[in-house]
Unconditional design. Structure first.
Length: 241
């Protein structure tokens, strides 16, 4: 199940952070690393800091976009501060670990970390079902990337160990992948433009709020198919003469 949990690093600028993150992952039993459009490639410094986790770094998958990294994931959690213009369903680290473990037995799941200085963009955060924030000391909340990875991977491992001890079975709900969700959102946007509900050149915040609504609701795969069927039926309507 832990092999289903991937750690995604977006646009990392320092190679050493990749190595330190790999080391943090392996100490907690996680091995699936994805690098999204890294500014530098793993180098000797990265492998030196990876220490005994050089295999995690060497096997890291490099992709151009976040969509490529999470396309097949049924659950995506993005790391974020709480002060965002558009609020989103928030988890604390423990809750995030529990969700990743409970769904990791059913489908791939992703924990996404942003840039060292600026984190994830709002557009990237909108691709996540939940956001997770580490409740650090508000007077000194400075965490580097590897520290954040270590903290959240620890919560994943603790949840996994608890599940192993009590013998909980993995959940059986079939959720759509991130790629399927993106297809739904595109379908929704096209339909709302066709009906005139939103303007072609100025969708405003409506689509962002609808993303938040459906990410919060977490429709199952069968439910998403129903929603897409509804959208298709609306598109087929003809205005009476």
């Amino acid at each position: 199940m832990l092999d289903q949990i991937r750690i995604v690093l977006v646009n990392t600028s320092h190679s050493g952070n990749m190595g330190s993150a790999a080391r943090a992952m392996k100490t907690m039993g996680l091995t699936q690393m994805v690098l999204v459009d890294p500014q530098v490639l793993p180098d000797d410094n990265a492998f030196a800091l990876a220490a005994g986790a050089s295999d995690v770094l060497a096997n890291a998958r490099i992709v151009p976009t976040l969509d490529d990294a999470i396309a097949d994931c049924g659950l995506v959690i993005g790391t974020s501060a709480r002060s965002r213009t558009l609020s989103w369903p928030m988890l604390d680290p423990r809750e995030a670990g529990e969700k990743l473990v409970s769904e990791g037995g059913r489908h791939p799941v992703a924990l996404v970390f942003g840039r060292e200085r600026t984190g994830l963009t709002n557009d990237e955060l909108q691709k996540c079902h939940y956001h997770v924030a580490i409740p650090a000391n508000p007077e000194y909340s400075s965490l580097n990337l590897a520290m954040a990875v270590q903290t959240l991977c620890y919560e994943v491992r603790m949840s996994w160990l608890q599940q192993e001890q009590i013998g909980e079975s993995c959940m059986t709900v079939d959720y759509p992948s991130a790629e399927q969700l993106e297809g739904f959102y595109q379908h929704l946007e096209q339909t709302l433009m066709k009906t005139g509900f939103i303007a072609d050149d100025h969708p405003g915040h409506v689509l962002s709020k609808l993303r938040r609504l459906f990410n919060r609701a977490r429709p199952e795969a069968a439910e998403l198919n129903i929603l897409r069927g509804i959208l298709t039926s609306v598109q087929r309507l003809r205005t009476p003469d």
